[in-house]
Design a binder for this molecule. Sequence first.
Ligand SMILES: [Zn+2]
Length: 435
Amino acid sequence: MSSEVSKIYSSYYGAVAVSGTRIVGVGSHTEIVNRFPKCDVEDFGEALILPGLVNTHTHLELTAMRGYLEDEDFFAWLRKLTLARLEKMTPDDMRVSATWGACEAVRAGITCVGDASDSAMMSMLALKDVGLRGVVFQESFGPDPRLVQQNCATLEAKIAELRGVETELVRVGVSPHAPYTVCGPQLELIARFARDEQLPVMMHAAESRDEELFVREGCGTFAEKLAARGIEWTAPQLSTIQYLKHVGLLETQPLLAHCIRVDDADIETIRDTGAKVAHCPKSNAKLGHGRAPFAKFLEAGIAVGFGSDSVASNNTCDILEEARFAVLLSRAGDCLVTASDALRTATLGGARCLDLQSQTGVLSEGAQADLAVLSLTGPHQIPNHDPAATAIFASSGRDVIATVVAGREVFREGRVVGVDEERLRARMQEIKEKL
Ligand SMILES: [Zn+2]
């Protein structure tokens, strides 16, 4: 066994032995060093070796829009973002933007992302270039029932092309964008397509007050905008979750981003159908959409992970920050969520959201070697009485000193390995000028 081991990652709190792409041993420093005596040991001292963090909901292609859409109302925000994406950014700009976002992710100890993307090919290439694991969900839009066949044909063609660039690390999924941008018949067809093709599904759901008005009552900004475009909409008069069940989307056990406007019956439906939740507390707060019942999701046993959402609505891709904010927000609402709950959500919870729990999100023998090494030596972390509490309440992604994906070190010595970050930085500046 020891001859297969390529490296031991060790710290004051324990050690992980890695061989090739996998974890082959987890235990105390002494135990692991004795078990694999011929192996190189790197001792990080006062640090935590965590399972790689999982960001379940991102839009890496929008990284260039960080700070570009401040203080707009949600509709103006969506419109400005969509126009910038369609009219000002070239495919290469999207790739640069996504790659910069992927670099930010691995710098923050994130090893796996659920990324929803209009230009999914560019996002997949970005993940590959940086060495991230993830599922890239090709977005589909289409509020007009007259265009359903055409939109679905386009989606199917894109998926066929994306299948060609899938790897062990980077997989394809589909993302019907939201209830107000994709009509019911299109949701039905996408659900059927996803089931037939065994594609994972991600969708924005139960996010804003306007969405709730649209689905429940057929009024509000989204309804008015559709009417102005001559697009017919008859509200199902249900909550978003019950509507998605009605159109068959929940049969795909989708990953639902946000889930703010959900009642107890909706939470039961999410649990019973095996749907999952990407909890994006900072985006929800920043856009003024409210607070999702995170503690209730945990209590119900729903698979829930943290999502940064795009940095256009956050403004950082940092799952430790997201975790801290989620715990504080829950406690502000009188729900006791612990640091351990948050660490589990940031790792294994996220992996469950992407159906990758057999591969990542845990430090156990046989799992993929996805690791984040979190230094605990910063002045803001000392003294450290309880490492889990220090990780969640006193740390951020900026304290990560090494990130490993499938046994490969993708972030080390302050650099994203194998990526020309200076060229990307210059290109990001160019894109900024253009926007
Ligand atoms: Zn989103």
